[in-house]
Design a protein around this ligand. Sequence first.
Ligand code: PGA
Ligand code: ZN
Length: 422
Amino acid sequence: FIDDIVATEVMDSRGNPTVKATVSLSDGTVESAIVPSGASTGKREALELRDGGDRYMGKGVLQACDNVNGAINDTLVGLSPFNQAEIDLIMKELDGTNNYANLGANAVLGVSMAVARAAASSLKMPLYRYLGGANAVTMPVPMLNIINGGEHANNSVDFQEYMVMPIGFDRFSEGLRAVSEVYHHLKKIIDEMGESTAVGDEGGFAPNLKSNEEPIQVIMKAIEKAGYVPGEQIAIALDVAASEIMNDTGKYVLSSENRELTSSELIAYYADMCEKYPIVSLEDGLGEDDWEGWKELTEVLGNKVQLVGDDLFVTNVAILAEGIERDIANSILIKPNQIGTVSETMQTVRLAQRSGYTCVMSHRSGESEDTFIADFAVALNTGEIKTGSTARSDRIAKYNRLLAIEAELGQFEYLGSSLFSK
Ligand code: PGA
Ligand code: ZN
């Protein structure tokens, strides 16, 4: 049974405080988890509790830790760690709101993840095996963010993430090697252009380029220089994070190009890009409230391109259900801290998978050494994971964990381009 739960304040990859929860079981098992944090957050995400005031620029999480050490600990001590859904439901009821406004989703998620880890460890099972059972067999294709813009860097690029996906390989480790080679070639190319090779929050480069298309051209060059065939072996994925570039009048502002576009114009812009380049996935192409635009985007590109809802769905099963009902998007980004618990995250993935929507497991821009999402991606057979570039230890920790899982599994699936064959 759960013997004790303790939370402490630690730091994330941006130097902001976050919650680390540690669960001790009566059999002596002790396991911890660290909660991530976003910068370009969706409006309907679960609440991240911050202390306010002067300490850590208002970002302290001492109250969230107190909620773990007090109310959550009092309620969960004595219970079995092996019924994750029940543990998570008890915390939801204890909070009493639908977005964890009282306890904080950062408090609740830390405990939820640490309970799962402790349960796995107590059974001497790897986390992916405990969470996914014998069905945990799919090594995810990484979506590797190699050029950062938007809210994640202070360069001129409007779109938030330019990613590469190794789709023409038969295993994760080979795919990772290929995209890492592309990353190194990209660094050389950017250096030769006289641009900075400093990196943004997720380890991608953040050069000042003249348009939102130029990063794609530079990446295409890097893929070729590395000796790979664009589109066949390595494809391109974008996360526009379009809610962040919308102005008061509902137009999308492309500052680097000095243009303001309507939804329809932006959709045409994407359609043109998808004609010219091997783009297989487009995330948050339109704003989270622009459901009319999303409908049109799905009609125009939905049978050619994976259209991922991140800020749009915020890993929320009810919002996803509405999207499915209205034929909006065809894929969902999965971020446990958007919804608050391990079980609720799994529920959203089940609905997506039943409904023919693909799932992309995802980190946040503020991360840590915690590798929960690597195991979680394998456990839930999401087939895809987005966890930054091949730089910065907070990102690399997930890739290194996946390398270890692939070696341990021996028999596994790596879906590659079949993810996108319709
Ligand atoms: P965030 O960004 O973690 O800052 O929200 C990640 C994303 O938009 O996918
Ligand atoms: Zn996103």
